[in-house]
Structure formats: structure tokens, C-alpha cells
Write a protein that binds this ligand. Sequence first.
Ligand code: PMP
Length: 453
Amino acid sequence: TPHADLHADPRTGAAVKAADRAHVFHSWSAQGLIDPLAVAGAEGSYFWDYDGNRYLDFTSGLVYTNVGYQHPKIVAAIQEQAGKLATFAPAFAVEARSEAARLIAERTPGDLDKIFFTNGGAEAVENAIRMARLHTGRPKVLSAYRSYHGGTATAINVTGDPRRWPSDSGTAGVVHFWGPFLYRSPFYSSTEQEECARALTHLEDTIAFEGPGTIAAVVLETIPGTAGIMPPPPGYLAGVREICDRYGIVFVLDEVMAGFGRTGAWFAADHYDVVPDLLTFAKGVNSGYVPLGGVAISGAIAETFETRPYPGGLTYSGHPLACAAAVATIDAMAEENVVEHAARIGETVLGPGLRELAERHPSVGEVRGLGAFWALDLVRDRATREPLVPYNASGEANAPMAAFAAACKKNGLWPFVNMNRTHAVPACNITEAEAKEGLAALDTALAAADEHT
Ligand code: PMP
């Protein structure tokens, strides 16, 4: 039976929690202030604890279980690969690895036909930057303030989100600029066209004053995710492409979160008809069943390393278990039309449903997104757009968002909450009924946020 684990022994749950408390050091947390849920099992869009509470996962883990939990084809492929060849070092041609690379290259836009495998997104960003620096012989990297690119040394410096602050070593050569974001426009624009034009002028001015000949790369999330799911205005990414071409700058699109179906396309770049020189991916490539990420590389950049060695690598690059999971994920997504489904559920259920909530709840300032990739920007006052909680809020100041999250959980929904936003980022194959169940839980929980308007 699918949810037999719902009746798992709560005493085991208590033991799991006690060992976690004693020995697991958690990410991004004050260790003494957290109380992680002990998870007994998961399937599809749901997971459950040892006390019989079941949650609809509107976070997809960390926005990565694009085909949900325990997809039978992926589980079987990992088991089969484990039986055949559980691991093998990167310097060999291995069937699962070459097949995963072929399937990924077939789907990435343009001539991004060579794949460098990593274990996750941050390592992909680190290597994309290294490739851009070696390809151009230039040191600097430009990235957006409203961005997240990973938690390792260079990736966290390139990140613009305030999570950068405690770790920021001020890495030489990382320069931040403002990307477009009409709702909280850094350029005081009132239309998409204005925002696009001003953001492009700002980028070009930044390049002019930093020195075009010193800039290796512009790194952007195609649709910034963690920082607020902000689809760029039409023409922006094409404009950045043109600017990069003019100055010989490598254009890196980070699709770690937006890639592999999340936006209702294989890659978010497909919506904008733009082809970067390097594209980073992770998460959805195999729904995170085994850690995997990578960089898809253009012909011109790959050519740089035809006769000159690429000075970078990872012991587990292209791990056979992770690659077998990627092959099975991509096959399953194609067979089950998951990408088309995500586009449709966004257009017909999530988008209209979230907009309808915004009409009734004064705390919702803006609804943004597409596919299975949506944000609600929560505000204290719709007229001023003052965020419901201050940016980088913590502790007491974040009580309204904590109350909202608690209300979601009480209603069987596991929410994504960051600063003043909640993101609706379920599995890309979420059913219509499940999506509606999530919207109903959000409806109830938003009342808790409304109290602070
Ligand atoms: N880039 C983007 C756009 C991301 O969303 C993330 C993770 N949220 C990363 C990079 C880092 O990926 P990882 O945590 O796998 O290192």
C-alpha cells in the first residue's frame, strides 16, 4: 500500500530526531534554534512523518524533485546501475555517463553540446566561472544582486542575496549589478519596456566603468529563483546576449533551479530564445535522487580546451548512479510529458488560482511566475509595496512569516518561505487535484499574513 509508512512507529521517529539533534550539523541554521521534522517516507508530491501527518510538498525539497518522490522508473534505474557498475572514476567512458551527457546535450539550447559533470549547482557555477576566465584570459565576473548561485567560496561571492554577507571574502573581481525587477524596480520604471531598457543601460555602464577588457563573464539566473522568481522583461536576456557578444564576455546562464521542466520548458532560456555560452544545471536533471550537476559548454569554449588541459575536476564527476538516475529522469519526463504538463498546470491551475488568492488577500502584493515556478510577494501595504517583513529579517521580526508557515503546515501544506515571500514550487508533475489542494491550504494560511497588513 502506498502510504504504509504513515503508520511508522513514532518511537523510531523520536530516535531519528534524537540522533539528528546530537550529531547532524544543519545548513543555514542556528543549530540550537531548529527542530527538524523526522521524515518517515515520501511518494509523489507528498511526504509524511512518524506521527501520521502527511504534507503536500510545495517546495519540491529545495526545488529539485521535479518528478516527485520515489518515481518508480528512477528508483529502478538506480538499483539496476548499482547492480551493474555502482561507481567508476571520471577519466573513463562509462555507458550511464555518456548516455546522460548525450540526452542533456540534446535538450540544451544551441551548440551547448559538451557536458562537464559536477555533484551539484555550486560546483557547476565554480567551474563555469573558471572556464570563462581561462577562455577569455580576464579576471572579473559580473552578477546580479537579486541572485543565488551556491554556497561554496566563489559561488557565494557571486551570489547577490544577503546570505552572501557572512561568507563574503570580497573575492577580487566579483562585481554586482541590478537586474530587472519591475515590482521593486531599482530604476524607478513603470513599464516592462522601461525596466528592460534601463537595466540594459545600467549593465552596459557597469561594464564600461569596470573595463570591458577585464570582464570574463556575466552570470545570471535565467529566471532568478531563490531571490524571488522574477521572470525578466521581454528583450532583456537577448539584450544581455548582444552586450556580451559586443565585448567578448562569456554569458553564463544559471539554470540550476529553472532548468529541466520547472518553467514548463526544458530550459527557461527556451522561453526567451537566447543561447548562453555556458549553462549550469543540477537539481531537476535527475530530480536529486543522487547528487548531480554540471555545465553545458558551447563549441567555442570547448575548443579552448581541445589541446590545452582543463585544470579542474571532481572525484565523483559523472557518477554512474547519478547519471543513470538522470537518464531515467529525462526518459520519464519525455514519456510522461512532464514539461508540457508543468506549462499547462501553471497556465490553467497555479497561475489563475494564485491570482485569485491575491484578489482576496491584502497581504499578497504580487504573483509572479510560470510553469511550476511561482512566488507570492507578501506586503504590509499594497500601495507602498512595503515588504511584510524587512529583508534579511530574523527572529521576532520574521514572526508574520513564521505564523504563515505554521498555518500552512497545520493545513497539510509544506511551504517554501524566504524573507517576505512564499514560493509555490511543487513537483512539475503535480496533479490538478493536488495543486488545488495546495491552493486551498494557502488560502487558509494567508489569513495569518493578512493580520499583519
Ligand atoms: N544556482 C542556483 C540558481 C540555485 O538555485 C542553487 C541552489 N538553490 C545553486 C546554484 C546551488 O546549487 P547547490 O545547492 O546544488 O550547490
